[in-house]
Write a protein that binds this ligand. Sequence first.
Ligand code: 6PG
Length: 249
Amino acid sequence: MGGNDVQTYQKDSEVADALASLTIKAAEKAISERGSFTVALAGGSLVKLLGGLKGKTDVDWKNWHVFWVDERCVPHDDAESNYGGAMKALLGEVPIPSSQLYAIDETLCQSNEGAAKPCAEEYDARLKALPSDVLPRNSDGLPVFDLLLLGFGPDGHICSLFPEHPLLKIASPWILPIADSPKPPPERITFSLPVVNAAKTKCFTAVGEGKAEMAAKIIKSDGDDYFIPASLVKGDIVWLLDAPGASRL
Ligand SMILES: O=C(O)[C@H](O)[C@@H](O)[C@H](O)[C@H](O)COP(=O)(O)O
């Protein structure tokens, strides 16, 4: 299987609702199959859409495990922290055990400079120590996350994998440091491209006119374009767009 399932909605609130339904459905399936659900989140504008999951009842939150596809190497209370943003938008208000929210080790990030390498090594080791009923591996030894909730930049970057960056070609370890991110802050950690592609389902959201042009390019792209990292994502991909985000399709 594989390919794009492109869903267009009128408003951003409907995209948030669709994101919530898709996530809850993926969670129910994973929990019924192996007792846990793994979801990894991007930062940026995706975070606001997570609010669609707030107040949902009948969700087995205690078996959710939440990761970040990329993170800026800053303390959790920094306005740039993806973990901090997700806590405010959703995670602070749902009963997922705190031990199942896999934030970076903020003690390694008191200064952004020099933080990416130790931070990536620590996160990589923590993920690799998880048992396979929580985080299964595929035949290549890569982790198989149930769901990635991804954003993309106007240049087509995903996670902290930027156009033509050498990190795009690095397969190991799972978690990579980047010290020269063109989007600030410069030091971050990111899932590798093979880890992204090993996930069961990848969901992209595109809300607002600003996303329209690149969303159309990514969806229509049929090849391995290292100028557009999002075009390198393969497998089962769900697109959730609002009307302005879909205006160039
Ligand atoms: O931490 C980050 O910077 C993100 O994870 C990043 O990859 C984000 O998803 C895109 O930059 C899109 O961000 P926007 O949706 O805010 O443009």
